[in-house]
Ligand binder design. Structure first.
Ligand code: UTP
Length: 287
């Protein structure tokens, strides 16, 4: 199964850091965000991970390349645990396609069209994982895969409950619950006015999509913000295929797209680590 990780965006909301550092390379604890994302896909039965990258973000490609000189230097200096970490990052099975210009999430996904449609066993559903959103416990994709299998390979998206007064910032679904945490999707709307939002269930950055979406993306015109929107192609997909939504708990995922969310993500993961938790308490206890 293939997984596509779009990582070619401009990262405007995290400037000036993202002037030269790819947003997806911002570390959360000791690893860059995108490494969590790659490991999540591999842990959910993906056997091929395709990162959609831009010419300006070559550091992502360098990070996932082997660096035998650094490894032997670390081994020689008795720093073998670092050596193993470096070796591991350079051995993850990722490949790259280029998005020449940041024309939107839908456009980024479309850049991996050949990889999805030319599969030798026939095109099959594939994952899309936003490169700036991490799910450290990998609790979402396996459940999405199960739902897809129960419904003949239908598309499944992850959604989460957002505060009603903020619903106009998100892509929102309409439909009806068929199980406690599973909805059958009947409509999608990008950034609806609050009073018109059909639900408060917003699309989260994990998708399991029918390969047909690639054909639809090829004819999707630029939408909101002049960008080719994945949501617009999904609206078309709904006309001919079933789609389901898994309702997740918002606390299952973390995003690093803004200083606030990156900080919250870093602190949340640090609090799960005994040594770092102790450091935080000792540092801030008296303040
Ligand atoms: P975002 O909208 O969160 O990222 O896209 P962005 O556009 O980089 O951020 P801002 O709004 O300018 O601050 C979610 C994911 O999709 C990728 C981004 O790199 C990010 O990982 N993306 C977005 C692309 O690969 N190409 C695009 O054209 C847009």
């Amino acid at each position: 199964m293939k997984a596509i990780i779009p990582a070619a965006g401009l990262g405007t909301r995290f400037l000036p850091a993202t002037k030269t550092i790819a947003k997806e390379m911002l570390p959360v604890l000791s690893k860059p965000t995108i490494q969590y994302v790659v490991e999540e896909a591999l842990g959910a039965q993906a056997d091929e991970v395709i990162i959609v990258n831009s010419e300006q973000k070559k550091s992502i490609e360098e990070y996932f390349s082997p660096n035998p000189d650094l490894v032997s230097m670390l081994d020689g200096a008795n720093k073998s645990s670092y050596a193993r970490e470096v070796e591991h990052a350079g051995s993850l099975p990722v490949s790259f396609v280029l998005q020449p210009e940041a024309l939107g999430l839908g456009h980024a996904v479309m850049m991996a069209s050949d990889n999805v449609l030319s599969a030798k066993d026939g095109a099959e559903p594939f994952y899309v994982l936003l490169g700036d959103v991490l799910v450290p416990d990998n609790t979402i994709l396996p459940r999405m895969l199960e739902i897809s299998k129960e419904h003949n390979g239908a598309s499944v998206i992850a959604v989460y409950q957002v505060p009603h007064d903020q619903v106009n910032r998100f892509g929102v679904i309409s439909g009806s619950a068929i199980e406690d945490d599973v909805w059958k999707v009947t409509g999608l709307v990008e950034k609806p006015p609050i009073e018109e939002a059909p639900t408060d269930l917003a699309i989260f950055g994990r998708y399991l999509l029918s390969p047909r979406i690639m054909e639809l993306l090829a004819t999707t015109a630029p939408g909101a913000g002049g960008e080719i929107q994945l949501t617009d192609a999904m609206i078309e997909l709904l006309k001919t295929e079933e789609m389901y939504a898994l309702v997740i708990d918002g606390s299952e995922g973390f995003d690093v797209g803004t200083i606030e969310s990156w900080l919250t993500t870093s602190i949340s993961l640090a609090m799960r680590d005994e040594k770092l938790r102790k450091t935080i308490f000792e540092t801030f206890h008296h303040k």
